[in-house]
Write a protein that binds this ligand. Structure first.
Ligand SMILES: [Mn+2]
Length: 547
């Protein structure tokens, strides 16, 4: 399906997440043909989460990248077979070269396997080797595949070898009797052999060259009698092709998951002997890919909001088809092959520009979008106080607060309160708001984390935070208490620690001042900080033992 992602920059802030949602919303009102999907590449900060909660709107989808997936090229419209369909249909389709692999479904519409040239070939080779192979037959399929008509209908399904009653009577009777399994008999107007078949209760008799009027009496016979209009050889050939595909379908094929990368899926298929593979979403069948599906690599379509540089964009943006740019940053976009729509204006927030697009198109934002646009503006302009604020932002904020029916100042303050400003914040809330304890060897340690708008005011706050950390350490009887102060947008953290020299001296981080460290690139307590703290705690514990 042609879809366009409207995506903000990496480490999404409130402006980029709200702009992505609201611009996609507008595009979906303006064009009904192409779904525009709002997306962010990264987890939302607490402030953005609050904005979406307040607007009662699902936050944009989190995407890791926009590299093409196998689902982008899977054929969903291809031929499908039911398990009980005759092999004949599969052979015909494969011969017509319209497909190289056909999915097979149960009567309950559950995907059960595939059938391709491999399976057909093996069917004829293997049934050629076996002495007298038995096949599962369905009367419905026989009726469908062999020209003719049913004279009498027996059991719907049966398993039997095929036998032709063409020899002299004695040999034919002997052969019928010598079969391990009762055969389906193809025979002309030969009363002795037919009488024997009835007496032996064979599952089916295919009569060739016999019409309804001249057919013998089958009143005592319980099996199926079929009047074939084909000759003996042709009836035998078609009978074998009437066997249900479930006999030969590959029930355990290699499958591709729908979100497998295009390049990975391509190499899996090209490195296999296979001509096609099914694509699954969980246990749901999505479609089929063949070698032809991979001739041209699709380019996902994206609209960039709140950024324009590829290095700040979602991974894969460099090879994607960028359709539009809506932004308020310096311009350094990648070259495009075709002309695109770019709207860039040095205002305080991308949400201001998105709102101006609603106005350009004479569309009044609904309350949820008004809330989100306002949130983006207030967040990026720090309540319209930042020096980047323009009259465009002020006008937009006024109009949006009226549309959203909320007080600009109250909402703005609530927004900002979601992002801690170290200088103003209560140190106990900062340290204990999100505090977790761990134990390694004999060392107990506690780690708090706080997400802040800026790290610039750490000097003003450090003394209070250190004092508070020490209080918490004593209260919880910990060996060591630390606080990770993180700025998501700058991708940087600072680490404040209580006095614990035997562990601290092993820390791999750069010391800024007493009990304060710089951790560029560290955002995760669990994945990045904790392993390092456990490592140095173990060293401290070992040193303690030696003493
Ligand atoms: Mn912005």
């Amino acid at each position: 399906m042609p879809q366009i992602y409207v995506v903000g920059h990496r480490n999404p802030d409130t402006d980029s997440a709200c702009a992505a949602h609201c611009y996609a919303h507008l595009k979906n009102i303006l064009s009904h043909n192409t779904p525009h999907i709002p997306a962010v590449c990264g987890t939302l900060n607490t402030q953005s989460e609050f904005a979406f909660e307040r607007a009662r709107v699902d936050p944009p989808r989190v995407i890791a990248d926009v590299y093409p997936r196998v689902s982008d090229v899977a054929r969903r419209d291809g031929m499908r077979l039911r398990e009980n369909d005759p092999i004949f249909i599969a052979v015909k389709e494969l011969d017509a070269h319209t497909v190289s692999v056909i999915p097979v479904f149960s009567e309950a519409d559950k995907f059960t396997g595939i059938i391709g040239i491999h399976e057909i070939t093996r069917y004829f080779i293997e049934s050629g080797l076996s002495e007298r192979p038995s096949y599962p037959f369905r009367v419905d399929n026989i009726e469908h595949i062999i020209p003719g008509e049913i004279l009498k209908r027996g059991k719907d399904e049966f398993t039997a070898p095929i036998m032709i009653g063409a020899m002299n009577v004695e040999s034919s009777l002997a052969r019928i009797d010598s079969c391990a399994e009762k055969p389906v008999l193809i025979v002309g107007k030969r009363p002795d052999i037919i009488a024997h078949a009835i007496a032996r209760d064979l599952p089916a008799i295919i009569l060739v060259g016999v019409d309804r009027e001249s057919a013998p009496d089958f009143s005592l016979y319980k099996g199926t009698v079929y009047l074939s209009r084909s000759d003996t050889a042709e009836s035998a050939r078609l009978l074998r092709l009437s066997v249900p595909v479930r006999l030969i379908a590959n029930r355990d094929p290699i499958t591709l998951t729908h979100d497998a990368l295009f390049d990975d899926a391509k190499s899996i298929l090209l490195n296999s002997e296979l001509r096609g593979l099914p694509v699954m979403e969980g246990d749901r069948f999505l479609g089929v890919v063949t070698r032809r599906s991979f001739i041209e690599k699709p380019r996902p379509k994206i609209i960039l909001v709140d950024h324009n540089e590829v290095s700040q964009s979602v991974p894969g943006a460099d090879v994607a088809d960028v359709r539009e740019i809506i932004d308020h940053h310096r311009l350094a976009p990648a070259k495009t092959a075709l002309p695109i729509y770019v709207f860039s204006k040095p205002v305080g927030s991308t949400c201001t520009i998105v709102y101006q697009h609603y106005r350009m198109h004479n569309i009044k934002p609904d309350i949820p979008e008004a809330v989100l646009l306002l949130a983006g503006i207030l967040s990026d302009t720090l309540l319209l106080k930042s020096p980047t604020t323009t009259s465009d932002d002020r006008d937009a904020a006024d109009e949006l607060s009226a549309l959203a029916r909320i007080s600009l100042t109250e909402f703005g303050e609530e927004m900002l309160s979601r992002m801690t400003v170290l200088r103003n914040a209560d140190p106990h809330t900062v340290v204990e708001g999100d505090f977790k304890c761990y134990r390694e060897k004999q060392i107990s340690l506690g780690i708090g984390q706080v997400e802040v708008m800026s790290l610039d005011d750490i000097d003003e706050a450090a003394a209070k935070l250190h004092a508070c950390l020490e209080t918490v350490r004593t209260k919880l009887r910990l060996d060591w208490a630390v606080l990770l102060v993180t700025n998501v947008v700058d991708e940087r953290s600072l680490l404040l620690v209580t006095d614990f020299p035997s562990a601290e001296k092993h820390l791999a981080y750069k010391k800024i001042s007493d009990r304060l460290y710089d951790l560029p690139g560290v955002l995760s307590r669990k994945k990045q900080l904790l392993p390092e703290l456990l490592r140095v705690s173990a060293l401290a514990a070992a040193a303690d033992l030696r003493r």
